[in-house]
Design a protein around this ligand. Structure first.
Ligand code: FEO
Length: 400
């Protein structure tokens, strides 16, 4: 049965949420689910902005059918061709054979890659600044390549000043009836997932997000309708500021996150000594994670949040304890920059993890690795305890 909500007097939310999927993109745990948003504009012409994932196809198609109430669908705007938003595109085209696709040239090419058949006769290719008038509304198309794929565009409703922002400003988390961010306690309940979504999905593409933010700054935006998570119609500046921070790789907070990866617990002991000393020196909100037990996507989000990071790892197969190596390579892949780093290594006969962690980190931009990796031989002894406290003191001094 359909389940729609009004966004404005003639725009309906016709998306749906999935609370059963365990891994988004088969990679990211989503214990709070995810929503696949789509919007139906009921103007003189009807416009569907994006489709939805296969997982919610029945609900999504029922929603569109209900919203149209017997009218034909004139246009389907494809802002992003990733299958979480376009898997049901062919279902829409079959069900509403008059509908014209409106998309970037790259998106039209991708339709041919993902699906059988030639849609060119049903496609209107749009480029930067092109517009589509549908009666009361006029939509302007703004190219947003690499936010998150190359074919991405966003659509600005010049009439109601709504930005249909594709993946930008999205978040993990199913919608629980409240489709607007001002109806939920976003900072308390959603921000961590929004950061994890941003950093893991588009974190690599900071310059491209910056380009989109600059274009958005030239528009009078009253509402942001993303393809995942709640719609923004209040406090847009607060969320835009988060995007400004994340996309410039600036730390969101002057804070410490300690990541420990260890086989028998002795390296964890070193991490705890650093944390305790930081607290003793007045540092608050210290985060400490066992990298083997917290998903790497959460750790990436935390590394984007905090200004100071400590990595403590056992040596494993003459290299870095595997989950820690995964984390460091993921941070490099997501272009993390502008952080101060402390390193702790452990090795019972040949400690190698410190040198190799340093090599990965020093190949990244604007990363300051503090001198003097603290080196353990199996466990913490008094000289190492003092070295760990010295490391904590150096970090605390920067945060003071
Ligand atoms: Fe939500 Fe890049 O797809």
């Amino acid at each position: 049965m359909y389940c729609v909500q009004p966004v404005t007097s003639d725009i309906l939310y016709v998306g749906a949420s999935d609370r059963r999927l365990s891994l988004f993109e088969n990679v990211y745990p989503i214990p709070r689910g995810v929503s696949y948003n789509a919007y139906l504009v009921l103007d003189e012409k009807t416009v569907l902005l994006d489709t939805a994932d296969h997982a919610v196809s029945d609900r999504f198609l029922e929603n569109v059918e209900h919203g149209l109430n017997g009218r034909m669908l004139d246009y389907v705007v494809v802002n992003h061709m990733e299958p979480d938003h376009c898997a049901t595109l062919m279902d829409v085209l079959r069900r509403w054979p008059e509908a014209q696709i409106v998309a970037s040239a790259k998106a039209i090419a991708m339709i041919g890659q993902f699906f059988e058949g030639d849609v060119s006769a049903r496609a209107t290719v749009v480029k930067e600044g092109d517009t589509l008038a549908t009666g009361r509304h006029t939509f302007a198309f703004v190219m947003a390549p690499m936010v998150h794929w190359p074919e991405v565009m966003v659509t600005y409703d010049t009439t109601e000043k709504i930005l249909f922002s594709a993946d930008a400003f999205g978040t993990f988390g199913a919608l629980n009836g409240n489709i607007f961010a001002d109806q939920v306690r976003f900072e308390r309940d959603w921000l961590d997932d929004a950061r994890r979504y941003y950093t893991n999905i588009v974190g690599k593409y900071g310059p491209q997000v910056q380009a989109l933010l600059k274009k958005a700054a030239g528009l009078d935006i009253q509402t942001i309708c993303p393809l995942h998570g709640p719609i923004w119609r209040r406090d847009l500046g607060w969320f835009l500021e988060k995007y400004q921070t994340w996309s410039t790789y600036a730390p969101e907070e002057q804070a410490v996150a300690i990541f420990t990866g260890c086989v028998y617990g002795h390296t964890d002991n070193a991490a705890e000594i650093v944390a305790n000393r930081l607290a003793e020196k007045g540092v608050s909100n210290i985060a400490l994670y066992d990298v083997a037990h917290t998903h790497v996507s959460d750790l990436v989000g935390e590394a984007f949040r905090c200004s100071h990071l400590v990595f403590a790892a056992s040596t494993y197969n003459a290299g870095i304890f595997t989950p820690m190596e995964t984390l460091l390579l993921d941070l490099k892949a997501h272009n993390l920059q502008n952080r101060t780093i402390g390193l702790i290594e452990n090795g019972s006969w040949a400690a190698m993890s410190g040198k190799q962690m340093r090599e990965i980190l020093e190949s990244m931009k604007n990363i300051t690795v503090l001198e003097g990796t603290v080196s353990l031989k199996s466990s913490v002894k008094e000289p190492q305890r003092q070295a760990l406290e010295a490391l904590a003191d150096a970090i605390a001094a920067e945060l003071a």
